[in-house]
Design a protein around this ligand. Structure first.
Ligand SMILES: Nc1ncnc2c1ncn2[C@@H]1O[C@H](COP(=O)(O)OP(=O)(O)OP(=O)(O)O)[C@@H](O)[C@H]1O
Length: 280
């Protein structure tokens, strides 16, 4: 697979200098029950408005990290703070409140196929509603209007009453993004959002994630396999290797040497686009 869907020129960053920390990962380790150490003492802070891309070879712990940030995975030690509140220690209603601030876009969108596109977007509001109201789908008029507006923004307005199962892969992912955005999160997690899409659709999806997050000042953390895409969009890149962070900095600092350290492979043997081989 040639991973050259966009040229490696970083977009303008909108990160305000000195913005507040919205996500703090403090000494996080994760050992699965089979003994695999997926994360080893991982620490970093992310500020409002940053667009962070996490790269690393298969098995380096990117998905485990992502899933630790919304507690789909319980960490073995360390802490994750969202807007200063502990996600790792919270339980019950507090946990629900903290998780509400973290939205996720999945590789396969994870929509409910038998429901309409509009209902799928509205699902992003469930965390804000009481159990009964959520069970009976009693969304507020404001929520419904926001969902319709978002669907128009992502150019799926005419499909809002279609069943989600009828959409293409790229359209489903757009709905997944709208569902995450309507949650009004502080942090948007995207776990390999373009891994199952072709290059032209991938560009549309990455542009959409970037635009929707940065225009709303939502901090985004995106797992990607494609280094050239990471360089194009990221305001900051985190490189993982065997469960550890081995690079954390701006795209301009990602040298060929660093790429080799992250992937444990000579740059010439990686499919990263010609520009990156000679010039970095
Ligand atoms: N549920 C699990 N139980 C046991 N081991 C797991 C589990 N999930 C992941 N692992 C292991 O943890 C390590 C990190 O996996 P993870 O999926 O986080 O890596 P990744 O960088 O996201 O990989 P990929 O790019 O292939 O998705 C790997 O060795 C993996 O086999």
């Amino acid at each position: 697979m040639a991973d050259t869907i966009v040229s490696p020129k970083p977009l303008e960053t909108t990160t305000p200098p000195g913005a507040e920390v919205v996500l703090s990962v403090q000494g996080v380790s994760k050992t699965y029950t089979n003994g695999t150490k997926a994360l080893r003492d991982v620490s970093f802070d992310v500020r409002r408005g940053e667009f962070v891309v996490v790269i690393g070879p298969s098995g380096s712990g990117k998905s485990t990290l992502m899933r630790s940030l919304n507690r789909l995975v319980d960490v073995t030690s360390g802490a994750v703070l969202v807007d200063g509140e502990s996600l790792t220690k919270a339980g019950g209603a507090r946990l629900r409140a903290v998780r509400r601030r973290v939205a996720m876009v999945f590789q396969h969108a994870n929509l409910v196929g038998r429901l309409t596109v509009l209902q799928n977007v509205l699902h992003g509001r469930l965390g804000h509603m009481g159990t009964l109201a959520g069970m009976f789908g009693r969304y507020t008029e404001a929520d419904k209007q926001t969902a319709v507006d978002l669907l128009r923004e992502i150019e799926l307005g005419e499909h809002m009453y279609n069943r989600a199962a009828e959409l293409s892969g790229g359209q489903k992912q757009r709905v997944g993004i709208a569902r995450a955005i309507i949650q009004d999160p502080s942090v948007l997690l995207c776990d390999e959002p373009i891994a199952s899409l072709d290059p032209s659709v991938s560009k549309v999806i990455m542009d959409m994630i970037f635009q929707m997050a940065t225009s709303r000042n939502i901090t985004a953390i995106v797992n990607l396999h494609q280094i050239d895409v990471a360089l194009r969009y990221a305001t900051r890149i985190i490189g993982m290797h065997k469960g550890e962070i081995v690079f954390d900095g701006p795209p301009a600092d990602l040298t060929a040497e660093t790429i080799e350290r992250i992937y444990d492979t000579p740059v010439g043997e990686l499919m990263i686009g010609e520009e990156l081989r000679g010039e970095r």
